[in-house]
Design a protein around this ligand. Structure first.
Ligand code: 173
Length: 318
């Protein structure tokens, strides 16, 4: 009997590794369904569910309404959720160094070549019991959006919504900062409790924030990291075919990062149509803006762990 089922399994090609049976992972996204930073995850889940029949499926249990964005890291770390779509800025409580991912100037494909992916994966495994699968968002910078104009790289007198992404930079430029999840930005703008917010080049219109936004400050800075992370115990319990499927799915969705430069341009055109004016910092103001972004960003990582900061800088900016 046993031999027959083993042969059958071999014929069907599903008998590799510990978990030959189809596994269903519980997934969650830190970004609201059908908004910019959820779309690559949705595509990834679709790819897995299409190509992983009989091997592995992902059931997305929800977005920020199900798991608050700043809790997603904890949920994956503890195994409440198996796999998630989340930026490292939302789990700095578990992996403060993860904030360096935004400082990458190269692509995830380059990071897979130069060993950076392994380093980032190792940090996730050791510090938060998480397998780092990969990243979307390459090629999308962050910007400051405002309801009041600025003339130079000076944010004093302004209250700005932040996350760890913008914290060090905006603080160095004199801003008053309030940290909120994306879901609280609209109301904060409407009530006038903030004068602006940090957000990537893409997504403002999706969220309806254009109604409350007057200016985008250029240039952008840093690079979005929206990471696919997985509970390490769940990962370790998978068979080779399941791991291979996930890795192929991740690389498939990462290849789409190349579309982001064009998408940024399209988004800027839509922002302009929606009445968002561009404030372009030039000359000394631009220099200060860009230098502060880099210096304050890396100083913050160095203050967490100088050795890790040096290693990450070497491979994220080579
Ligand atoms: O502004 C944010 O909420 C934030 O940190 C972020 C990071 C990556 C993608 C989108 C938003």
């Amino acid at each position: 009997m046993k031999r027959t089922s083993l042969c059958l399994a071999l014929l069907l090609g599903t008998c590799i590794g510990a978990s030959a049976e189809e596994v269903t992972l519980r997934g969650a996204s830190a970004f609201a369904a059908d908004t910019t930073f959820d779309r690559p995850f949705k595509a990834f889940v679709g790819w897995i569910n299409e190509n992983g029949k009989g091997v592995l499926q992902i059931n997305v249990v929800g977005g920020p309404e199900a798991v608050p964005p700043f809790e997603v890291g904890n949920a994956v770390s503890s195994g409440v959720i198996d796999i998630a779509n989340v930026t490292a800025a939302f789990y700095t409580n578990l992996l403060p160094e993860g904030d360096a991912l935004k400082l990458a100037t190269n692509t995830i494909q380059e990071q897979r070549q130069n060993g950076c992916y392994e380093l980032v994966d190792q940090l996730h495994q050791e510090k938060m019991n998480v397998k780092y699968l990969g990243r979307t968002g390459d090629g999308i910078p962050f910007h400051l959006y405002l309801t009041k104009p600025i003339e130079t790289a000076d944010l004093s007198g302004l209250t700005i919504r932040t996350t760890p992404v913008y914290q060090a930079m905006f603080e160095s430029l004199g801003g008053n900062l309030v940290r909120t999840a994306p879901g609280d930005v609209y109301t904060a703008l409407e009530r006038g409790t903030i004068d602006g917010y940090g957000w990537p080049a893409q997504g403002v219109l999706d969220l309806g924030w254009d109604e409350q936004t007057k200016y985008r400050v250029d240039p952008g800075f840093y690079q979005v990291d929206v990471d696919l992370i997985m509970n390490l115990d769940t990962w370790n319990g998978l068979g080779d075919a399941q791991k291979d499927l996930l890795q192929r799915g991740v690389e498939w969705v990462e290849a789409k990062n190349a579309e982001n430069t064009k998408a940024n341009e399209e988004e800027f055109a839509k922002q302009a149509e929606a009445g968002i004016e561009t404030i372009t910092l030039d000359g000394a103001a631009r220099e200060k803006w860009e230098t502060t972004a880099q210096d304050a960003g890396w100083e913050a990582i160095k203050a967490i762990d100088a050795d890790t900061a040096a290693k990450l800088r070497a491979c994220l900016t080579d």
